[in-house]
Design a protein around this ligand. Structure first.
Ligand SMILES: [Zn+2]
Ligand SMILES: [Zn+2]
Length: 506
């Protein structure tokens, strides 16, 4: 009896180990695992403490530092000492995750990521890969290579599918440029940052533009997206009362002061610009100008020579070869896809603030070439498709022409989808179709056409029509009038402060 029990136990234990043992010897499910390379966003730790995103202590310290200069900021005149204070306050946020002049981490702060210990890939589930978004993409790409090796061993497959999301497309492209396409079955670029992210790119190249109507548009959309009448009224009143103009004038004037004194450039070469990860978000067109702006002197270029080498390597070997990498991916794997979002305004810091975006990245950039009507508008009636390929590539709302994309037949758009995998199960379903159906394109499945729209209320995605894709509108309500009154008074007061300050500052 005892012996039978022991044998049974042994058989049971063996059976429990079986799936994994079999898998490691070669899985026969026919679906290579999909590796999902995440976007920028994982927390940075110092020991067990999260130091970025900034914790309460850091935020309080920053506010305390900046508090004495708030009046000066509001009137938009910063003296030298005040500018130093402002710079110090801004640096406080990034100090805990700072990099050195060579572009290497200091302080021992690091992003945490772990390998999965259990996996399920047989139904097209995604296996997530994370990395430290601050580091040189080549470092992350080497980690991805190791991770791919681990996933292959764990699943018993000798190949994988790769999908990069947002900054993950930077790591994805670096991996492909450095290690090639061996064992890669298919590639998808999802809300990709690989052509640059305007808010970062323009900041680094000193091309930022702050406009009050862009800010108002952005804020009102925040209210509209949240379906929040109160927020919408608040922001409408900010605009209608002229207060937003008054504040933006000050912001622009203070920004000009910081710029002219060289302190903005210093903020880059001492702080933000020491992280190679951010440099990978600078568009290829802006790269040279950004290097010049961040390292304006021979001396700075000498002290940062190793850093400049790192960021130039990414620019030269990856960013300048996007089309080639995409073409090779299509030729070698036959299974490629690009997913882009639209229907959201750009963050209000770029000159091109009327371009279509997913709220973070411009639609033209992440789709690698779509022609887009300006935000809030549509193509003129006599507009004809950019490339006459014999198919209709213009969206039903007449805002996007996909015929000019690098992959016109393999680029999908989700209106109001926002940035990232926010569209529920749809993203995974689409990836599964691209990867597991031979020759899948925008005409293969009527449920997955080129243009889709997300209904946030139900978190469902459906094919875009002229009706469900109509631009959102909201009317300012009663509270907007109340706020308007208050803001007009404050706006007058601010104007008076500026005049008085003008008498003393020259
Ligand atoms: Zn399998
Ligand atoms: Zn076509």
């Amino acid at each position: 009896m005892k012996k039978t029990a022991a044998v049974l136990l042994a058989v049971l234990m063996l059976a429990m180990c079986m799936p994994f043992a079999f898998a490691a010897d070669g899985c026969t499910c026919g679906k290579a695992p999909i590796i999902h390379i995440y976007g920028l966003g994982n927390a940075v730790y110092q020991g067990d403490t999260v130091v970025f995103p900034p914790n309460k202590d850091t935020i309080l310290a920053t506010v305390r530092q900046a508090l004495p200069i708030t009046p000066a900021l509001l009137v938009g005149k910063l003296k030298d000492a005040q500018q130093e204070l402002f710079l110090d306050a801004a640096k406080t946020v990034f100090d805990p995750i700072a990099f050195d002049a060579n572009g290497d981490p200091v302080n021992g702060a690091a992003a945490r990521f772990t390998y999965p210990t259990a996996e399920n890939h047989k139904n097209g589930e995604l296996i997530g890969f994370d990395y430290d978004w601050r580091v040189d993409p080549f470092v992350s790409a080497a980690q991805l290579r190791d991770f791919i090796g681990y996933v292959k061993e764990m699943t018993g497959h000798d190949s994988v599918y790769l999908v990069g999301e947002s900054m993950g497309t930077v790591v994805l492209n670096t991996y492909l440029a450095e290690y090639g396409f061996d064992g890669v079955e298919g590639v998808v670029w999802y809300n990709g940052a690989y052509n640059g992210v305007a808010s970062c790119s323009d900041s680094f190249a000193n091309k930022n533009k702050f406009e009050s109507d862009a800010l108002a548009r952005f804020l009102k959309q925040v209210g509209m997206n949240a379906g929040n009448q109160f927020l919408f009224d608040l922001f409408s009143a900010l605009e209608d009362s002229g207060l937003i103009d008054e504040v933006m004038d000050s912001v622009v004037s203070a920004a000009d002061d910081l710029n002219e004194s060289g302190r903005f450039s210093r903020f880059l070469n001492e702080c933000l610009g020491t992280m190679p990860g951010f440099w990978a978000l600078v568009s290829p067109e802006n790269f040279d100008g950004a290097v010049e702006f961040a390292f304006p002197t021979e001396e700075l270029r000498d002290t940062h020579v190793a850093l400049i080498e790192k960021i130039t390597r990414y620019h030269d070997q990856v960013a300048m070869h996007i089309d080639e990498l995409m073409q090779t991916a299509a030729d070698v794997t036959g299974k490629v896809g690009v997913v882009a979002g639209y229907g959201s305004v750009m963050p209000p810091v770029t000159a091109d603030n009327l371009q279509q975006s997913d709220g973070v990245i411009g639609t033209a950039a992440e789709s690698n070439g779509a022609t887009c009507a300006p935000f809030g508008g549509s193509f003129a009636e006599d507009y004809t498709q950019g490339v006459a390929c014999g198919h209709d590539h213009i969206s039903a709302d007449r805002e996007i022409d996909a015929s000019t994309c690098y992959f016109p037949e393999n680029t999908w758009f989700i209106k109001y989808g926002g940035h990232g995998f926010s569209s529920g199960g749809y993203s995974r379903e689409l990836l599964n179709r691209i990867f597991f159906t031979d020759g899948f394109n925008v005409r293969s499945d009527p449920a997955f056409p080129q243009f889709m729209v997300l209904d946030e209320a139900t978190n469902t995605v459906s094919p875009l029509t002229a009706e469900n894709g109509a631009d959102r509108t909201m009317q300012a309500g009663f509270t907007a009038k109340l706020f308007g009154l208050l803001f007009r008074v404050f706006s007058r007061f601010l104007k008076l402060c500026k005049t008085v300050t003008g008498w003393f500052v020259r």
